[in-house]
Design a protein around this ligand. Structure first.
Ligand code: DGI
Ligand code: FE
Ligand code: FE
Ligand code: FE
Length: 188
């Protein structure tokens, strides 16, 4: 098994400097959200560390991992940006020895979301939107919402992604819409 320090070295070596900065930001935000909402900070830290590990792999290589290991093939019909989450979950498990399935799932669903997101899933997906380095229209409102509700903040995040995809006339992976609808039901 790898130590946290070894994993940090392995992950940082697979991405440009600015993406490593993003990863450190997601780790910081995820740990803060874990403390606020009663999740295990160590799990949040590990999932955040690995969440974008495959982001800069060549797309053909990402597609090959999904095909060769019969992962979620439906992803292949949508935006290529969705692939790195599925691939990252696979390599975290197979290559980096992560056995905690809650961590693997949080990596797997950090981009698309899913119906029935766990608390850790929500934390990683939300931390990805609000980490200190992020700057997009509406991010400060999402940061504010994140102080009192994981679900409200995450719906706002997913809404911004869905709006962006609509604006660009891109297809939306249906699971993202289903995840967003499911989270709305959880807001009281
Ligand atoms: O990897 P990051 O850039 O840190 O963030 P991410 O893993 O959340 O990737 C988000 C990108 O994926 C964003 O640019 C929008 C794009 N994307 C394309 N189609 C979809 C999608 N995101 C979601 N949630 N759903 C889609 O259908
Ligand atoms: Fe990502
Ligand atoms: Fe995300
Ligand atoms: Fe990310």
């Amino acid at each position: 098994d790898y130590t946290r320090e070894e994993l940090m070295h392995i992950v940082s070596g697979q991405m440009p400097e600015r993406r490593w900065g993003h990863t450190l930001g997601v780790m910081e935000s995820a740990v803060a959200l874990a403390r606020r909402y009663g999740e295990d900070p160590q799990r949040a830290d590990l999932a955040a560390l690995l969440h974008d590990v495959a982001k800069y792999w060549p797309i053909e290589q990402q597609e090959a991992v999904i095909r060769d290991h019969q992962l979620n093939m439906e992803l292949l019909d949508y935006d290529k940006q969705l692939l790195h989450a599925e691939v990252g979950a696979y390599v975290a498990q197979q290559d980096y020895g992560v056995e905690d399935t809650s961590v693997i799932d949080a990596i797997r669903y950090h981009t698309s979301g899913r119906v029935g997101m766990t608390k850790l899933d929500k934390i990683i997906c939300l931390a990805d939107y609000i980490e200190p380095g992020r700057d997009f229209p509406g991010v400060d409102r999402i940061r504010e919402l994140a102080e009192h509700s994981l679900e409200e903040a995450l719906v706002a995040g997913l809404d911004s992604t869905i709006s962006f995809l609509i604006e660009k006339q891109k297809r939306i992976f249906p699971t993202t819409v289903l995840a967003r609808n499911d989270l709305i039901l959880q807001i009281r």
